[in-house]
Design a protein around this ligand. Structure first.
Ligand code: RET
Length: 128
């Protein structure tokens, strides 16, 4: 699959509020909804670091594909989950097992754009 590495600035964000409503309070959603997010993705072999950067708060995870890891969603919904990231075709896909049902995301490159689909509890958010 195409490399996801690089610095990516958000150009669209559909139903982020719906996705967040499955996770956090309306107060934090109001702030988060206004942010222009930047993704910085680094890779060495099967080791990845993915940073979500904004003027308000940053969030970073680091993982190896195919290995379950403990994720604490600090500053987001502050939950402890068990996450596993694998390649599914051209999509880097994460399953996040915890209190919330059907939670996860997928990153992929289409043309010169990074796509991210976030899902939780039947809500789907699409970011480019
Ligand atoms: C911010 C600001 C504070 C409130 C919320 C946030 C949401 C972050 C999200 C990050 C997703 C990251 C992924 C990384 C792995 O690839 C921006 C930290 C709710 C949803 C999918």
């Amino acid at each position: 699959p195409a490399s996801l590495c690089g610095t990516w600035d958000m150009i669209s964000n559909v139903n982020f509020d719906g996705y967040m409503s499955a996770l956090i309070s309306v107060y934090l959603r109001k702030i988060a909804l206004r942010l222009k997010l930047r993704k910085v993705i680094e890779q060495q072999g099967d080791q990845y670091i993915i940073k979500t950067l904004s003027t308000f708060r940053n969030y970073a995870i680091s993982f190896k594909t195919g290995q379950v890891f403990e994720e604490f969603t600090k500053g987001l919904d502050n939950r402890h989950i068990k996450s596993t990231v694998t390649w599914q075709g051209n999509k880097l896909t994460c399953e996040q097992v915890g209190e919330k049902k059907n939670r996860g995301w997928a990153h992929w490159v289409e043309g010169d754009k990074l796509h991210l689909e976030l899902h939780c509890d039947g809500e789907v958010c699409k970011q480019v």
